[in-house]
Design a binder for this molecule. Structure first.
Ligand code: ADP
Ligand code: MG
Length: 247
């Protein structure tokens, strides 16, 4: 089943066309990795998928519901439900600095989603345990390492109970040891069949975790398919050049 279908997506900032005719799908239980050089439009694509940016063209269907039809968005009330289908984890964690770990994880489910407070806290405790942060519930973000902060951000995203998780370079602000910590969490989520879209420069990781790989350059999808094709045996010259540079 397709949880997300993107067709002919276009996005410009003033005169700069950043996304040009992007089409891709995300299937339930699968991991899709997005690779590509800096400036190729990866973050903009994730932000459009997450509705943090408005598209200028194209269609986006979430769980069979057409949220954006030829750049026309559904009414706000219906969009709210669609927005509960996904959450986004940022490169720089984006935790609320003045909230404790527990409050960071519980705030949106309680105040935005209006879920039962005690239940939300119980779920948060389970997630913190799973992230190895059970002892850190009352800490503030500045008291945690980058890896711990990112695990809090992942717990926060999971506590929204999304159908899909989107990650924008979740390890690029971390040194190698902490990167490994986060990649391990992502691997566990993949094993639990969490549907994920991950923008990453960790090629070996993308090869091992992904069901589908999308390679972007200059605002277009140059090539997409199985990791064995796109990463190990790319047919496009631009993909080949990008991967060669990383070796
Ligand atoms: P990537 O994540 O692949 O590095 P981005 O999506 O961040 O690429 O950026 C793609 C292009 O869009 C870049 O040229 C960038 O400068 C431009 N861009 C991104 N966000 C904005 C914005 N809010 N306003 C203007 N230009 C932007
Ligand atoms: Mg980016």
């Amino acid at each position: 089943m397709k949880l997300l279908e993107i067709k002919n997506l276009r996005k410009s900032f003033d005169d700069l066309e950043v996304l040009k005719d992007i089409s891709m799908d995300v299937n339930e239980g699968q991991v899709v990795s997005i690779l590509g050089p800096s400036g190729s439009g990866k973050s903009t694509l994730l932000r459009c998928m997450s509705m943090l940016e408005k598209v200028d063209g194209g269609t986006m269907v979430y769980c069979g519901k057409t949220a954006v039809d030829n750049a026309k968005y559904m009414p706000k009330k219906e969009l709210k439900e669609i927005k509960s289908y996904f959450s986004l984890v940022f490169q720089n964690f984006n935790l609320f600095p003045h909230y404790t770990v527990m409050k960071n994880i519980c705030d949106a489910p309680i105040h935005v989603m209006k879920r039962n407070k005690a239940e939300v806290r119980r779920d948060a405790e389970v997630l913190l345990e799973k992230m190895g942060l059970a002892e850190r519930a009352d800490y503030y973000p500045y008291q945690l390492s980058g890896g711990q902060q990112q695990r809090v951000a992942i717990a926060r995203a999971l506590n929204m109970k999304p159908k899909m998780l989107f990650f924008d370079e979740p390890t690029s602000a971390l040194d190698p040891e902490l990167t490994a910590e986060i990649l391990k969490v992502l691997k566990e989520l993949a094993e639990e069949k969490m549907t994920m879209v991950i923008v990453t420069h960790e090629i070996a990781f993308a090869r091992s975790i992904s069901d589908h790989v999308v390679f972007m350059d200059g605002g277009v999808i140059v090539e997409q398919g199985k990791p064995a094709d796109v990463i190990d045996n790319p047919s496009n010259e631009r993909t080949q050049a990008f991967l060669r540079k990383l070796e």
